[in-house]
Design a binder for this molecule. Structure first.
Ligand code: FES
Length: 64
């Protein structure tokens, strides 16, 4: 599914960036993928996908 229609970024692109590049927030995501620079409607969904993917992968399982 497309998350950012302006730049044709999909949820898979974002999940890949998290799992392969260790992206943890929007600032880091934008270093790998151009999105959110036009209308900005995608930013909250992109952030939610980053959070989801981090939880799915258990990247923080050893914290706390
Ligand atoms: S949908 Fe991402 S900038 Fe417009």
């Amino acid at each position: 599914m497309f998350v950012c229609l302006c730049y044709q970024v999909t949820d898979k692109d974002i999940r890949h960036a998290v799992s392969e590049h260790g992206v943890g927030n929007m600032r880091e995501l934008k270093q790998h993928i151009t999105l959110g620079e036009n209308c900005g409607k995608c930013i909250s969904m992109a952030q939610a996908l980053i959070d989801d993917q981090i939880i799915d992968e258990g990247l923080f399982k050893d914290v706390g």
